[in-house]
Design a protein around this ligand. Sequence first.
Ligand SMILES: C[C@@H](N)C(=O)N[C@H](C)C(=O)O
Ligand SMILES: [Zn+2]
Length: 235
Amino acid sequence: MKQDLPIPPERPHLYVQPLLEECGEAMLPLSSLSEKITVWPMYYKQGYDGTTPEAYLRKSAALRLVQAAERLPDGHRFVVFDGWRSYQVQGSLYERFKQTLLKQGWEEGEALQAELSKFVAVPSKDVQKPSPHLSGGAVDLTIEGPDGWLDMGTEFDDFSERASTRFYENALSPDEQAKTIRANRRLLYHLMTEAGFVNYPKEWWHYEYGTLSWARQTTGQAMYGGILEIDSENS
Ligand SMILES: C[C@@H](N)C(=O)N[C@H](C)C(=O)O
Ligand SMILES: [Zn+2]
């Protein structure tokens, strides 16, 4: 059972910047792909300008998501919070988190930048080096079961240590709730990685395929450059 298989520690990966060869794949809307996938557009619901009620991923990433979803236990489905993201939305998320940290007493400078980029990628519209969500190869998601969203130990976008994917792997004597959370994160992790995605170790909900950081972790060819606008050419 996937729930019994520990989430392995992050593997050492390439520190050189992989080359990106844009493959030209269009993006697919996720809400109509499978009964096992639903979209809960978190940033749209939170009122961010430039968001839409649909979530999009590049075609191969979307099809791999379907593959993973179809292996969910009966009565479960994926809940997608976000896929492709515009530069405007990436910038707003970054700015909002920065303001939160400043209110907590952080001061402008390198330490603040480092803390910020742990949880929100630096906004980049360089199509050869885009922030992951701008490429259409990154997805934020959880799992819904018969009784609602599974307990993953934190809310989506809880920017704390507890959000680290392996946080509950390290508990020495986990109580029943911690065991449940650990099993739920394992289920998501193994379904997604077996379908070819890589996880961002600081966030249990963030997975990527075909992006620069995916290439760094897998030595595969990065193939998703930045998409700056959704239009009829790329969706
Ligand atoms: C903001 C959060 N949901 C997320 O997606 N974080 C990663 C690091 C990102 O911004 O690419
Ligand atoms: Zn993400």
